[in-house]
Design a binder for this molecule. Structure first.
Ligand code: PMP
Length: 351
């Protein structure tokens, strides 16, 4: 792979340094972006995306919440994700599709801001370093997750990650690998960028999707892998102290994969080593990528899957959102023309 990977930007592959935006981009000012984080694993059969179609589905759902018209079909975005990994000659990658409101007026109401779409593919190993093996030391954050009916937690939107940054930065200042946030009701929610599972009284438990969490695709994979191994998962509201009562705990997410937690607030989880349920689920999860775990769910897809494969499972964009912006070309011209040279007609300001 070359040092400067190519980026898929508004329908074409651009050299890294050319995939730029103008400082008037709405998303820079107001956090109006939605994005995904996906992984491609080097498997014995070659590079394989993990649950690409599910990530793309969530990307479109996040966009829908904010009324952002992606301007491409899901099928096209799936193909573009593959394209960028293939074009960079990568065997494994972290892939970041990003949809954001671009350069235009500065009104909070995004009246005429075009929508930009970029897909980056970067090399990325283990998110929490060797904690994947030995377990991470985490703390409970003094910051809560966003209250219900404020920032929609199910949407993976750029603005939500201001909260995540506060949680992660506070944790790092205290010498912890990650912070775990409670909801405004004081119940366990999730990490700055991960969902949480505990082994508590012999049960594998996780906060419900109503606990201010992003409904993680890895979370869902853990639930399915556990069920297949005869380990039922109970989704229920968990108080803070459940972290201190747990025999085992782990975080999961695309970047974090399955990372055991060995201590919370300086107190060891269980005996402070990685427990058997966590190990078993880690084996099952990583086994998907080296062939030890059968992919019964069709989660792994290659880089050159014919478009029709996605189309078959792609019912198209949600109601009210056109499949493709008919004036996408015009929109891009407006965006690019403006990004570099031209101020919008009126600079309405608010906030
Ligand atoms: N919660 C948050 C806040 C996250 O950022 C992530 C990472 N996307 C997750 C949970 C886990 O989600 P997923 O397994 O889909 O990556």
């Amino acid at each position: 792979m070359s040092d400067a990977p190519k980026i898929w930007h508004n329908g074409r592959l651009a050299p890294w340094h050319q995939a730029t935006v103008h400082v008037s981009a709405h998303a820079l000012h107001y956090g109006s972006s939605v994005f995904e984080g996906e992984r491609v694993y080097a498997t014995p059969d070659g590079p394989r995306f993990f649950r690409l179609a599910d990530h793309t589905r969530r990307l479109f759902a996040s966009a829908r919440v904010y009324g952002i018209n992606v301007g491409y079909t899901r099928d096209r975005i799936n193909a573009a994700c593959r394209e960028v990994v293939a074009a960079n000659g990568m065997d494994s990658a972290y892939v970041r599709p990003l949809v954001f409101r671009g350069a235009g007026g500065l009104g909070v109401l995004p009246a005429d801001n075009p929508v930009d779409v970029a897909i980056l593919a970067l090399p990325w190993g283990s998110y929490h370093g060797d904690a994947r093996e030995r377990g991470a030391d985490v703390c409970v954050s003094s910051w809560n997750r966003a209250a219900p009916n404020t920032f929609p937690a199910w949407a993976k939107a750029g603005g939500n990650y201001l909260n995540s940054q506060l949680i992660a930065m506070e944790a790092r200042r205290g010498g912890y690998a990650e912070g775990i946030a409670l909801g405004t009701d004081g119940m366990l929610s999730e990490g700055a960028g991960e969902n949480i599972f505990l082994v508590l009284d012999g049960e594998l438990v996780t906060p419900p999707t109503s606990a201010g969490v992003l409904v993680g695709i890895t979370r869902d994979s853990v639930i399915k892998l556990a069920a297949q191994r005869g380990i039922p998962v109970v989704e229920r509201a968990l108080p803070r102290e459940s972290l201190y009562y747990a025999d085992e705990a782990f975080m999961c997410g695309t970047a974090a994969e399955i990372t055991p937690i060995r201590s919370v607030d300086g107190m060891p989880v269980g005996d402070g080593t990685v427990g058997p349920v966590t190990r078993d689920l880690q084996d099952a999860f990583f086994g998907l990528f080296d062939g030890r775990t059968e992919d019964r769910w069709g989660w792994l897809t290659g880089l050159d899957v014919p478009a029709s494969t996605d189309a078959a499972s792609d019912p198209g964009p949600p109601e009210g959102i056109p499949a493709a912006v008919p004036d996408r070309e015009k929109q891009q011209a407006a965006n690019h023309g403006r990004t570099a040279r031209q101020a919008p007609d009126s600079m309405e300001t608010s906030a």
